[in-house]
Ligand binder design. Structure first.
Ligand SMILES: Cc1cc2nc3c(=O)[nH]c(=O)nc-3n(C[C@H](O)[C@H](O)[C@H](O)COP(=O)(O)OP(=O)(O)OC[C@H]3O[C@@H](n4cnc5c(N)ncnc54)[C@H](O)[C@@H]3O)c2cc1C
Length: 388
């Protein structure tokens, strides 16, 4: 009999898992609360682990012309000096996109695989059914029974809350503003740069042939940094070398976001799985939220896709892959603390720390474990996982 999945959330998690399961013969329905499938935010770094999944889904081929494969990443201080430089190749490869490009690629892959996407459909909870399985409940009062129900509804997941497993979302005192600027004038080279000045940072990177993605990070307590519209004069005083770029941002639409962390003690209860930011929301300091999401979606589809016992497969899935998300979340939080809280009196030592993270492979490998995540978790792309 055909297996069924009801998925709450039409973001990166819901669409990728939907496509992966449908390609394995499942009947899948994705409920998205918004009127359409769209991403909030500007650009996105897609790293090796994400790329492996996107290649497997055929999504990368569809969207590659609208992305920028990056050659290098730099950390620069406000005086322009380069304090860290990393080549981005092999398992460190990174391609940047406008976010909407990625989500549309995933949406199209899901539709092609036969996924039913229902927009304006908000998941509100779960209902226990005969046999111990839980069904998805939507705001229109409908109860959707399925072999697998997935909470892919983001950091504030309603379904995760309904599971009542002691999960927690914690806001961190860091703000990020994101812009997508329709020009490559400021980013002619395929290189991402993060500029540091005290505890403020500005990231500048090309995102496809026509766009530059800019993010600006500061402690939430820094009121001038948090101002909307952007206080161009104040930011320019801190980053004089970026003055021209900052002048372009003054009028541009931006999204402001508070860093946050999700603690989710378990990723499944019976036939309900928690996936993506709902399971492991983390500060975007390592550019790996979508990477973990895609990787975990692939592993879930591989491990539960053909399993006779879905709840057991979900437990095995968490045991297999979770350590990578946990470690990445820990390092993403450390990176945030390091850049936000570094005392001014110790500013002289910051270049050394920045340098050592670029220089010493063992530090880099730990912090960026997710880049090689599929291999470390023993998930072979496109292959059936061993039965659990
Ligand atoms: C500032 C910032 C920068 C980032 N940069 C990167 C990066 O460069 N690289 C990277 O890999 N990751 C990055 N990330 C992380 C990445 O965006 C997330 O990890 C990823 O979007 C998670 O996808 P998701 O589908 O789990 O959640 P979401 O993207 O939040 O999607 C959840 C979806 O569910 C819908 N929804 C919510 N509640 C309900 C409900 N009750 N019923 C139905 N639908 C619902 C929402 O409308 C949304 O469409 C960044 C994140 C932030 C905040």
């Amino acid at each position: 009999m055909q297996r069924t999945a009801e998925i709450a959330g039409g973001g990166i998690a819901g669409l990728s898992l939907g496509a992966l399961l449908a390609r394995r013969g499942w009947r899948v329905r994705v409920h998205e609360q918004g009127e359409q499938i769209r991403e909030i935010g500007a650009g996105i770094y897609i790293k090796n682990n994400s790329l492996e999944v996107l290649e497997h889904l055929g999504v990368y081929e569809r969207i590659r012309a609208r992305g920028t494969p990056l050659a290098a990443a730099q950390i620069r201080f406000a005086d322009g000096s380069v304090r860290q430089q990393r080549a981005l190749s092999g398992t460190s490869r990174v391609v940047t996109f406008a976010r909407q490009t990625l989500i549309e690629g995933l949406r199209d892959a899901a539709l092609d695989a036969g996924v039913e996407i229902v927009t304006a459909s908000r998941a509100t909870g779960l209902r226990q059914q005969a046999g111990g399985r839980r069904a998805l409940v939507t705001a229109d009062g409908q109860v959707h029974a399925a072999d697998l129900v997935v909470a892919a509804d983001g950091v504030h997941s309603a379904l995760r809350t309904a599971l009542d497993i002691g999960s927690r979302f914690r806001e961190l005192p860091t703000l990020i503003d994101r812009f997508l600027v329709p020009t490559r004038v400021f980013t002619p080279e395929p290189r991402t740069e993060e500029h540091w000045s005290g505890n403020r940072r500005i990231g500048v990177t090309p995102a496809g042939p026509e766009h530059t993605y800019v993010y600006m990070v500061a402690p939430a307590s820094d009121r001038r940094a948090a101002a909307i519209p952007l206080d161009v004069a104040d930011w320019s005083a801190r980053f004089p070398r970026l003055r021209e770029l900052l002048a372009c941002l003054g009028e541009a639409p931006s999204t402001q976001y508070h860093y946050g962390v999700v603690n989710c003690p378990r990723w499944s209860v019976g036939n309900v799985a928690v996936l993506g930011d709902a399971a492991h929301g983390l500060p975007p300091t390592l550019g790996q939220g979508a990477g973990l999401t895609l990787m975990n979606a692939l592993a879930l589809a591989e491990m539960a896709g053909a399993a006779a016992d879905v709840p057991a497969a979900l437990q095995a899935w968490e045991q297999r892959v979770r350590f990578i998300s946990d470690q990445t979340q820990k390092w993403a939080c450390r990176y945030d603390s390091f850049t936000r809280q570094w005392p001014t009196a110790l500013d002289f030592a910051r270049p050394l720390v920045a340098w050592s993270f670029g220089r010493f492979r063992f530090l880099n490998d730990r912090m960026r474990i997710a880049d090689r995540g599929l291999r470390l978790a023993g998930i072979r792309v496109g292959a059936e996982a061993p039965p659990c």
